[in-house]
Design a protein around this ligand. Sequence first.
Ligand code: NAD
Length: 443
Amino acid sequence: MKITIFGTGYVGLVTGACLAEMGNHVVCVDIDAAKVARLRGGDIPIYEPGLESIVRRNHASGRLDFTVDAAPAVAHGEVIFIAVGTPPDEDGSADLKYVLAVAATIGRHLDRYAVVVNKSTVPVGTADRVRAVVATELAARHAAVEFDVVSNPEFLKEGAAVDDCLRPDRIIVGASSARAVAVLHKLYAPFNRNHDRMVVMDERSAELTKYAANAMLATKISFMNEIANIAERVGADVELVRQGIGSDPRIGYHFIYPGAGYGGSCFPKDVQALERTAHSYGYEARLLGAVEAVNRQQKTKLFELISHHFNGALAGKTIALWGLAFKPNTDDMREAPSRQLMEALWDAGAKVRAFDPEAREETHRLYGDRDDLVLCEHAYDVLQGADVLAVVTEWKAFRSPDLAGIRAALAEPAIFDGRNLYDPATVEEAGLAYYGIGRGRSL
Ligand code: NAD
């Protein structure tokens, strides 16, 4: 099939590459000319496991192309995806300017039936707005062209995006047109060979499904962080509690890890946007507000522990950091807990030496060259001249540390384990102070 995708970010690029992999002819459009030039040259602007080879292979075979030129791209696609950003507006609601700009572009160039598929995370009612914008543009040039708008929210996880896209748990399709549903059945048939993963519903339910999924996941994290904060005060170990509750199949072991707070481009903005949607309909979503509040506080946790360790005297100290990305297997730093931690440390007069397997370039792009930040090439380089070590992102490479080496290198041997990766007793036996999240005795 002929596919057009607006937006070559995490969602658009991965979707385009995976649809090309299935034999479709995909054109990806972006307004960022530099990004398009890099992609055409085989240079992938983001780190995502498996993405580079699939993009290069399909680009070389002629099934995946990149352009800034919207008109021929709209003419190409029988299915036209919108996969542009929906950042938070000033009041926390989703800013739809990029989505609606793409809708207008489609309306300006569409010359025969196409299905417009919205993959961006958008508030309930956006499919209607996209439909209205396309129709207005068509009417302005007296074009009698039929089209359908479908909501098809994306559930891929950064760090496992290619795999998620090739083997989705479910494909949510919100549509009111049987013709559009048939087109999407055909498009997604290669992903449904094992069993039909497509769940068809109305547009509004599909739009809300995406927010409900992210809000549920964020709630699980904030819930466990709340329990961790209680555990810390009552002298319990949240890691034992986690395993204790996870054994109940109604709860399960997935996604109940306490830590340094959730970040990324989705949970913070989507929980907030859902709360704003509820508010605009006269409903106060108190649980969502609490999920956010717990997370805001949790993102200060590592700094509090470090500051407490030094009795507030952080000026002149050097803190070694393992992990900068908001989670492992990505270079994405959006809303990453490491940013809040580093900024608080700098404000307190401390220096940071940091290592991340993939996010160093992005960190440098965000913070530039500064005296109080050294980005190291190797994990153990961060220890040189450092006082203590804090683990912020749970990359696999940090799971079996050389504790004796760390102890020998640090001026004041202590580990602040923001992801509860280590056994406190083992760390202490190696001669280091241990601070975890909700492990009974940190404060
Ligand atoms: P991103 O910021 O990585 O990429 C968005 C891209 O859209 C950018 O390259 C930008 O230049 C481009 N763009 C903006 N306006 C454009 C226009 N008029 N025409 C063409 N391109 C345009 O965003 P992302 O992380 O891929 O997220 C996209 C959407 O998908 C968001 O709504 C997000 O909430 C949702 N989503 C993201 C993830 C994720 O893990 N990143 C997962 C599921 C859903």
